[in-house]
Each structure stands twice: as structure tokens, then as C-alpha cells.
Design a protein around this ligand. Structure first.
Ligand code: AMP
Length: 261
């Protein structure tokens, strides 16, 4: 009898140890899974930030926050307080004033971030003030910045890309007359829609050069700051979308591996 009770105690003890191990493993894994990933895509207009972000966002469950897309969507609704101002800045290729841009982006993030495992910031921040704002936002929401991807390309190649860029009017998929064309002429590969649009700021050469100047004079300073923090990964933007996607995939896999350590 005494023997049975000892065996029972040993079995109970082992069960407790196994249960403890399983729960520890569960909490550890959920901690890793709950650690959000945040990366920024930086580069001049036309360097392919949007297409690169789209290529990886679903695989990793990330929200792609394109500042340009968010602002274009915002200006559509005339009832929005700053719709007119935002429209004017967008058409001129100038940065929307920082307080307005930050408020619109913050609102967008607050509404959308919870459904995702992190964010791919596309075209934000573009100035030092916006970079400070992003640092504060991440701190406030207990998150960190994992990496900054700098897509490099020469101005001559960029102008060619921008002049030939168009997108599906329905789903927004981006195409290019000299690069990525639709598989079937006049039909969107993604949603089958047959109506396409050109951006006003791509049709206006002055707006194109204004965007390049802003990148040179304001955004490059932000890249330098991130470089000093050891966060920047440079990718040659004209190496083809498959190569860019592979680089980005490797980077995201490394971030996930590092989060486990
Ligand atoms: P994109 O779609 O990234 O080429 O941006 C298009 C336009 O949106 C820019 O030329 C600016 O007018 C505006 N915009 C995009 N990102 C920002 C930002 N971070 N801050 C202010 N304005 C922006």
C-alpha cells in the first residue's frame, strides 16, 4: 500500500513538471508571437517601396502603412478637415505639413494596427520631425523599430519609372509600361479590372523633381540617423523585384529569429 502511494506521488510529481514545462513553453511562444515587427522602407519616389512592401506583407501578417496611400485616401473625402490642404500638397509633390501628416497617420495606425503582427512603414518618416514622432509612437505603444530598408536607385532611372507608372483603379496594383506590365493587356492581374489610373504627381515633371529634392534634403538626414543606430540595410532597387523581395524576406526571417533569442 505504502509502495503504491509512493508511485502515485512520483506520477503526480512528473505530471506537474510536464504541465509546468508545457505552460512555460506556451507563454514563451506567445511572447515571441506577440512581439511586433516594425520596419521602414525608405527611398526616393519610384524606388519601389510600395511594390516591395506588398510583396511580403501578407506572408508575415504585416500592415503596410503607405503614407502616400493614406493621404490620397484622406483627401478623397471633402468632409475631412484638411482634405483641401492635403490635396494641394500632394499634387505639388510637397510634404504635407508635419502636424497634419502625423495626426492622419497616427489615426490610421490606431485604427488598424491591432489586427496585424507589425507594420511596414512605406514613405514614413520622411523628415526628422516625423522620425521623432515615430520613435515616440513606438515607445508609447511598447514597440521597437527592427530595421530600415533603403532602396537605392539613380534619378535618371527613377524618372523613367515614374513617367511610365500606372495602377489599377480598383485594387491599386502598380504596373509600369517599361517594366512590370499586365499579363493580359488592359486587364489587372490581381482583380481583373480594366480601368487604370496615372498619378497627377507622376505626370508633372516639376512635382517629380520636388519629390527628389525633398528626399535629398530631408529624408536622407533621417536615413543617416538610422544608420548611426545600426538599423539600415541597403538594397539596389534596380536589381529586380524578385531580388528585392528575397532580400526583404531574409531580413524579416532574421528579425523573427532574433526575437526568439
Ligand atoms: P508617395 O505615394 O510615397 O510617392 O507619396 C506621394 C505624396 O504624398 C508625396 O509627394 C507627399 O505629397 C505626400 N506624402 C507621402 N508621404 C508623406 C509624409 N511622410 N509626410 C508628408 N507628406 C507625405
Amino acid at each position: 500500500m505504502k509502495n503504491i502511494s509512493v508511485k502515485l506521488k512520483v506520477v503526480i510529481f512528473l505530471l506537474v513538471v510536464v504541465c509546468f514545462g508545457v505552460s512555460l513553453n506556451y507563454y514563451f511562444n506567445s511572447y515571441i508571437m506577440s512581439k511586433k515587427i516594425n520596419i521602414i522602407l525608405m527611398g526616393p519616389a519610384g524606388s519601389g517601396k510600395g511594390t516591395a512592401g506588398d510583396a511580403v506583407k501578407d506572408t508575415y501578417g504585416l500592415l503596410k502603412m503607405s503614407a502616400g496611400d493614406v493621404l490620397r485616401e484622406y483627401r478623397k473625402d471633402e468632409k475631412n478637415k484638411y482634405a483641401k490642404t492635403v490635396n494641394e500638397y500632394l499634387n505639388a509633390g510637397k510634404l504635407v505639413p508635419v502636424e497634419i501628416a502625423n495626426a492622419i497617420i497616427e489615426d490610421f495606425l490606431d485604427k488598424n494596427i491591432k489586427n496585424y503582427k507589425g507594420v511596414i512603414f512605406d514613405g514614413f518618416p520622411r523628415s526628422e520631425e516625423q522620425a521623432i514622432f515615430l520613435d515616440e509612437y513606438l515607445k508609447k505603444t511598447n514597440q521597437t523599430l527592427d530595421a530600415v530598408v533603403y532602396l537605392k536607385m539613380s534619378p535618371e532611372e527613377l524618372v523613367e519609372r515614374l513617367k511610365n507608372r500606372y495602377s489599377c483603379a480598383k485594387c491599386g496594383e502598380i504596373y509600369n509600361k517599361v517594366g512590370k506590365k499586365t499579363k493580359k493587356e488592359g486587364v489587372c492581374d490581381v482583380c481583373g479590372h480594366t480601368h487604370f489610373v496615372y498619378r497627377e504627381d507622376d505626370a508633372d515633371i516639376n512635382a517629380i523633381y520636388t519629390r527628389f529634392e525633398i528626399f535629398e534634403n530631408e529624408t536622407k538626414k533621417v536615413i543617416q540617423e538610422y544608420e548611426a543606430r545600426g538599423l539600415v540595410h541597403k538594397i539596389q532597387a534596380n536589381s529586380g523585384m524578385e531580388a528585392v523581395k528575397k532580400n526583404l524576406t531574409n531580413l524579416l526571417n532574421d528579425i523573427i529569429e532574433n526575437n526568439k533569442k
